[in-house]
Design a binder for this molecule. Sequence first.
Ligand code: AHR
Length: 497
Amino acid sequence: ASAFAQVSISIDTAKPGAVINKNVYGQFAEHLGTGIYEGLWVGPESKIPNTKGWRNDVVGALKELHVPLVRWPGGCFADEYHWRDGIGARKNRPVKVNTNWGGVPESNAVGTHEFFDLVEMLGADAYVNGNLGTGTPQESAEWVEYMTSTGKSTLAELRAKNGHPQPFKVAYFAIGNEAWGCGGNMKPAYYANLYNHYATFIKAPKDVRPKLIASGGNDYDTTWTDTLSKETRDTDGISFHYYTLPTDKWDKKGAAVGFPESEWYSTVSNTLRMEEHIKRNVAVLDKNDPQKKIGFYVDEWGTWYDVEAGTNPGFLFQRNTLRDAVVAALNFNIFHAHADRVRMTNIAQMVNVLQAMIITDKDKMLLTPTYHAYKMYVPFQDATSLPVTLSNNTTYGVNGRGVPGISASAARARDGKVYVALVNTNPHDATDVTLDLPGRGVSSVRGQVLTADAMDAHNTFDKPQAIKPAPFSASAAGGKMTIKVPAKAVMVVSVEG
Ligand code: AHR
């Protein structure tokens, strides 16, 4: 490694910003590949230890992430999902074709009740994505009634007969997904009308009524956010999808492992576009909704690479390396900086699909670097963001793709402590970072650092602990602390005054 750069970070604890909603750390689990079936659900008859069909090992590991919210059943899958196929005795449920994802049979073994078993075990809230594309307002209205009704109704009785007399708590219900694409190839104004049509008939009483989400856009064009924030009624949030592709090309996205250094930089640089997307859309919301009633929900994000050779291309299985942990942490730092509007995000996806937390193989599982990043950032859930000012932040890169070396975020957590997250995007050089908390001073820091020798370091079933966080601590005299952040690293520390 060559000479260390020196970056200064000032954290103003006297000017607290918005609370970082814990739902920023939400997850997405779609009926896609082995994301649900095999990865999470094996069924109660399986030899793999499970509770009500859900794998004990995977659920146990996810619990350590304090997963606040799970979005289900899709994605594109949601717009062809009919909830009545997934209730009642499992042996009687119809087998459908998963047309979006590999054309494989969909057994409907996981339906509404099974999903709520999962979120209950995780202690998470439920985000149910409704079917606009091939459904009807009646079907959506009845699904919400089935899940939430507390009164005497045939649907509430059916729910009780199927094993759940108490209503389920549906925190969020989305009306369709990617209406501009797989959800129906619609124009924003047409979708806005349909949204209002569907929302009109969701009549759950106030105390059990889910918050409704309108499905928004996915690129630099803010027309979706503009139209939906003006035209839709009763919307808690407008969703947005943005994926990181190393090459920017959907027909050749780039490899998950063994990638060239140029794709390290392009991946970092493309990830940082998230901030521009948020800023542009938030500017539109600030104009149309100055009272900030509407949230901007990035309910799909993460890396999307070429699928692993030899796997079903419709299953979107990819490996997950140190680079993915860096991408996750960069996104977290961006979300924190916009916490007043970005009150929910959902990484795609929880297990075995795209940027997963966990990869399984039969009865084995491994934790990915992305899992470790989520775990390190747990203190930021419901913490109060603090403004950070970076100076002397050097830019690194190749082929004209310059990226800032250090990304930083700070917050006061619910335990009262100040936490600082630092990402060093430079794959070669460590960086000296001086922390300054004016008026307060820093005497020591303590936390964890995630790094490795290779840019594409990853865990395998032979070496499941190849990359994992290591403890980190340092102390200083004089109130200012200089931390050496290793090359290509994610670090989260608590700060003692
Ligand atoms: O996450 C995979 C897919 O990406 C989702 O189903 C869809 O909404 C998006 O295009």
